[in-house]
Ligand binder design. Structure first.
Ligand code: BG6
Length: 498
């Protein structure tokens, strides 16, 4: 058996033309190009592969290469930036100027792709969702979408169920569902994939993974940053659409789904869909009782005074929520009666994302007269900033005389165990797109089922006209969120800060 720190060589993927619509935008320069560079560095990109940036920035290829050189220096860790790979990667880059919605400006892209029809084409739509339909129409109009093409859609897919359906229809009119990759970068995180492996490549958890043994589950995704420069987008999204509809519900699916017969492109997605369909519907009364929206005001971030959300987005009347807590239930045999508490927010007191599976307390105290105390077992799957897993249990503190109970934990720290940092989620997902493997991407029916449930919350909020509760930046969200869980005799698990 190879030791845990063995590095398996990355497998080269087929050659492709990787077109990034929005090639000069924030997502492209912060995430996509660094991820492709790092895969190139690992030898995964064959010599023929090209990366084509398409945008309205009006650059030429040389200008684009210069820009990307600067951006790689900002967004790739120093120890992974070497001149030789950098030069090789930059030589793969082409730039075409195009107004994505205007068919008369597509000649540059058509010429750039000409003569390479036999290659895989990836069209990455790293742009506003309103452009997804027009881009796909133009790809069809100019004969660029082939049977070997794939379209990658960034979230948000729509802003409600009807608009999500419209986007899916527009993209589906050009691409077959098997060619559409709806990305949720949380599914590319190593610790999230490890959740599947932990559940299904081990036997000890499965008998306990149900309402008989589990008291409740928490999914906490706390961010310490505010909205920064993304205020324009965020104002129309809010935490419910930006995080809960996709990332948090996807995590909930992976925790709650039934074991598929084997893991492949459709089986996992079939099981996730069943979870979404089993979410207990939310009436307006349920929304009132089981959800809390919050918005950060001015406060302190790491000891420094920061403005509130309304100042950041320059809208003194903004009602957009930057925080949401929800108590959800899954109506099926395995999970009936087990609450799933979901919570996410910006400008919280720490950056920490964790899934907490809290088991029931022991049925009978077996150590009368003992000192110390026993706490219910808790499995904490740490997604970030530290990737790992922690099983909280009770042990006897060593020493003569009576028995002293002490909560202790069994820890799996990814970096210590595997002796290397985990790749960024996009690295894995982009290579899966080229390979044509959609297992870790959201299928149309999943996205729409998630919207169907989330829309009930939107409707409830609109009906009640309740404003988001204010919380000072740098805290754990509004007190109503604390009440939401404490009412049930439970508390939020606050993870270990970065
Ligand atoms: C994005 C959201 O999808 O996820 C952002 O649009 C959020 O608002 C980000 O900050 C969080 O991702 P991560 O990987 O940093 O947890």
């Amino acid at each position: 058996m190879p030791p845990a720190n063995t590095v398996f060589p990355a497998k080269t993927v087929d050659p492709c033309d990787f077109v990034v619509f929005g090639g000069t935008g924030d997502l492209a320069v912060r995430k996509l190009l660094p991820a492709l560079y790092l895969r190139d560095r690992d030898g995964q990109l064959p010599p023929e592969t090209r990366v084509i940036g398409a945008s309205r920035a009006g650059l030429d290829t040389e200008g684009y290469r210069d820009k990307v050189r600067g951006e790689l220096a900002r967004f790739v860790p120093n120890d992974q930036l070497d001149a030789q790979t950098c030069d090789r990667f930059l030589r793969r880059l082409e730039y075409v100027s195009v107004d994505l919605a205007d068919p008369d400006t597509w000649t540059g892209l058509t010429e750039c792709l000409a003569g390479r029809e036999e290659l895989i084409r990836v069209f990455y739509l790293a742009c506003a969702p309103g452009l997804f339909g027009p881009i796909c129409e133009n790809l069809q109009l100019h004969g660029l979408a082939s049977a070997r093409s794939r379209a990658v859609l960034e979230k948000p897919i729509g802003h409600d169920l009807a608009s999500a359906r419209a986007v899916n229809d527009a993209v589906g009119a050009v691409f077959d569902e098997s060619q559409i990759f709806r990305i949720d970068h949380y599914l590319g995180k190593e610790s999230v994939q490890n959740l599947l492996v932990t559940r299904f490549a081990n036997t000890f958890l499965e008998p306990l993974w149900n309402s008989t043994s589990v008291d409740h589950v928490q999914i906490n995704v706390a961010e310490s940053l505010g909205v920064g420069s993304r205020g324009g987008y965020y104002e129309s999204a809010g935490a419910l659409r930006d995080m809960l509809q996709n990332h948090l519900l996807q995590l909930l699916c992976l925790v709650a789904m039934e074991p598929p017969t084997y893991v492949d492109r459709e089986t996992v997605r079939d099981e996730k869909l069943k979870v979404l369909q089993a979410l207990k519907p939310m009436s307006p009364d349920d929304v009132e009782r089981c959800t809390v929206a919050g918005q950060y005001g001015p406060g302190l971030a790491e000891g420094v005074a920061v403005p509130g959300y309304r100042d950041e987005v320059e809208n003194p009347h903004s009602r957009t929520e930057t925080f949401i807590a929800v108590k959800a239930e899954i109506q099926n045999w395995r999970w009936a009666g087990v609450p799933f508490y979901l919570r996410t927010g910006k400008r919280m007191d720490r950056r920490c994302s964790e899934i907490v599976v809290q088991f029931k307390p022991v049925p009978h105290p077996m150590f009368p007269g003992s000192e110390g105390h026993s706490e219910p077992n808790r499995l904490v799957i740490q997604l970030q900033p530290h990737e790992g897993m922690r099983l909280h249990m009770t042990a006897k503190e060593p020493g003569p005389g009576g028995i002293r109970l002490r909560p202790v934990s069994l820890d799996l720290n990814y970096i210590e165990t595997f002796k290397r940092p985990s790749p960024d989620a996009y690295e894995r997902l982009l290579m899966d797109v080229v390979r044509g493997n959609p297992t870790l991407f959201m299928r149309r029916d999943e996205v729409e089922a998630a919207w169907e449930w989330v829309e009930q919350i939107l409707v409830g909020w609109n009906r009640s006209e309740r404003l988001p509760r204010r919380y000072p930046a740098g805290t754990n969200g509004p007190t109503d969120a604390t009440t939401l869980i404490e009412r049930d005799g439970r508390i939020w698990h606050e993870g270990v800060p970065a």
